[in-house]
Design a protein around this ligand. Structure first.
Ligand code: DQQ
Length: 554
């Protein structure tokens, strides 16, 4: 439907048409970044899951390739589901993926590049040994999926692969099983579980990787734990469709991982992203020595609408993931530096005062493809007076940017129309306890988005509208800062250098083309706020296009 073309994004990855699912399977091979993604080639809703494939030189400009792995065997007839890539020391690539069998049993299978000399890895073959892992006893036949990238354990002279599951006889616990292998064909289930958290249900798309606590570089998945290295365990909660992670300590000898803070364990603590975000996955990029995170942005409209528009869901921009050395408790996520290559002209504003209860338009011309970096400071004297303000605040139970507090909300209104009837508010909201301590909330308010619906007025309530967010750690002396990527129907925000991130999938009907605007907002009752610096870049499109084999021949 051409009416909806403005909702397609310009620099986020999305297929040409139809349904894309989480979890991406990213990797790097012979000069190219590869993205394999769960894809329905036939329709804009989930089904016929197959591996779509795209390649890029820079993680920003992508070329669509033919389908990589399709469901054509008894062991994957009901879908080629999520998998992972492992690069062996000799450079070979091993892909292990979940197949849903003819009877919908979840088994693990191997796939290999048909021609390892082809850097584009266009053709794939399946192993004659498939399936290589079947559900072990005590595990549900449909609760055994999404094998991780393998890591090598030198003391054991073997590789290990983790697989997510659940254990309903143990208080609905999410669990991670670990297999040992030397040849990727035969696997031995290790005793015990890597980790388990009661009450969290099925863990999908488990990811397990080391992070350096001392330097700002990424680590290969096989980097051993020890001083200066901790391990991140991430799982996608099938019950609530959020991605949770925790940082902890891995002991290969005992096949166990222990979170640093049991109160913030996987499934009950930190999330990668507090918006519309699920089924993410990292890979190690050996070229730039970084760990890169991909996440899946689903739709918040109905399947019926997706079918009409002919496509559904996207990927976030790839994000670099680092341990936050300053807080020591969380990860930092930041758009990969290549995203900055899309920056075109910029405009800079400084020291704009936003008085309590006001909105300030920023005259920047087009406002549908932006990269924004903004810093705010709150009037000190007013802050000192605001003791005991808004202690019980919570983004998701609030009324969003319309709910006025003493020290918030303030921030930006993106994808807004001229009279603000449509907008996504990206804002901070500060609460001050009676002991004087501050806690800072970071939120996205979509409540004023897409009230009008395009096809039938009876579908006006089709969209899930919500206020997203969480607390963001702020250190003494830090200014409040946010980076926001605006891309037609996606708003991706990174607060305080990426300590807390939120992604919104919105459906603008008024803030489109040249009618989209950008504003500063301060809806606090008690404090004036200064936008000390706001830098805004217009963003180029990434022009994702098909790549034909004849191109490579020429
Ligand atoms: N969807 C895939 C599974 C995965 C889930 C199947 C994540 O492999 O667990 O489409 O959304």
């Amino acid at each position: 439907n051409s009416m909806l073309l403005w909702q397609r994004t310009a620099f986020h990855f999305q297929p040409q048409k139809n349904w894309m699912n989480g979890q991406p399977c990213p990797t790097y091979y012979k000069g190219w970044y590869h993205l394999f993604y769960q894809y329905n080639p036939d329709s804009a809703v989930w089904g016929n899951i197959t591996w779509g494939h795209a390649v890029s030189r820079d993680l920003v400009h992508w070329l669509y390739l033919p389908l990589a792995v399709v469901p054509d065997r008894w062991y994957d007839a009901n879908g080629v589901w999520t998998g992972s890539a492992t690069t062996l020391p000799d450079g070979r690539l091993v892909m292990i993926y979940t197949g849903a069998t003819m009877e919908s049993v979840q088994v693990q299978n191997l796939a290999f590049p048909a021609d390892p000399d082809d850097p584009l890895l266009v053709h794939w073959v399946k192993s004659e040994y498939n399936p290589v892992i079947v559900p072990p006893s005590g595990i549900g036949l449909k609760d055994f999926r999404d094998p991780t990238t393998a890591w090598y354990v030198p003391t054991d002279s073997a590789w290990r692969v983790a697989i997510g599951s659940k254990n309903d006889s143990q208080h609905h616990a999410g669990v991670v099983l670990v297999y040992r292998t030397t040849d990727f064909v035969s696997y031995e289930l290790l005793p015990g579980v890597l980790h388990s958290v009661t009450g969290t249900g099925m863990w999908e798309c488990v990811d397990f990787y080391p992070v350096s606590t001392e330097s700002a570089v990424g680590l290969d998945t096989s980097a051993a734990s020890g001083p200066g290295v901790k391990h991140v365990l991430k799982a996608s909660m099938d019950d609530n469709k959020h991605d949770y992670y925790a940082i902890g300590t891995y002991a290969a000898a005992s096949n166990s991982w222990v979170p640093a803070d049991p109160e913030k364990d996987v499934g009950i603590g930190l999330r990668y992203d507090y918006g519309k975000y699920y089924a993410s996955k990292t890979f190690y990029d050996p070229v730039k020595e970084r760990r890169v995170l991909w996440g899946w942005i689903g739709e918040t409209d109905s399947e019926r609408t997706d079918l009409r528009k002919g496509w559904a869901s996207l990927q976030t921009v790839p994000r670099t993931v680092l341990f936050d050395q300053k807080t020591g408790r969380n990860l930092l996520q930041w758009p990969v530096e290549e995203v900055e290559s899309l920056r075109l002209s910029s405009q800079e504003f400084s020291n704009i005062s936003i008085t309590a209860g006001s909105v300030v338009p920023l005259d920047i011309g087009k406002a549908t493809q932006l990269d924004i970096v903004a810093e705010f400071s709150v009037d000190e004297a007013a802050l000192a007076g605001a003791i005991g303000a808004d202690v019980g605040y919570n983004c998701s139970t609030s009324r969003g940017a319309a709910q006025r507090g003493v020290i918030g909300p303030f921030g930006l209104l993106v994808l807004a129309d001229e009279d603000l009837s449509e907008q996504t508010a990206v804002y901070f909201y500060v609460a001050r306890a009676t002991d004087g301590s501050l806690s800072t909330h970071f939120c996205h308010d979509e409540l004023r988005h897409a009230r009008i619906f395009l096809f039938l007025s009876s579908e006006a309530n089709d969209l899930a509208k919500t206020v997203y967010g969480s607390l963001v750690p702020v250190h003494d002396g830090e200014t409040l800062s946010v980076r926001i990527l605006v891309d037609h129907s996606i708003v991706e925000s990174f607060a305080q250098g990426g300590r807390t991130c939120i992604t919104s999938r919105v459906y603008p009907t008024k803030a489109i083309f040249s009618r989209a605007r950008l504003f500063l907002l301060n809806n606090a009752t008690g404090v004036d706020v200064t936008a000390t610096s706001v830098k805004i870049w217009q963003m180029n499109s990434a022009f994702i296009r098909p790549f034909y084999e004849r191109d490579s021949a020429s």
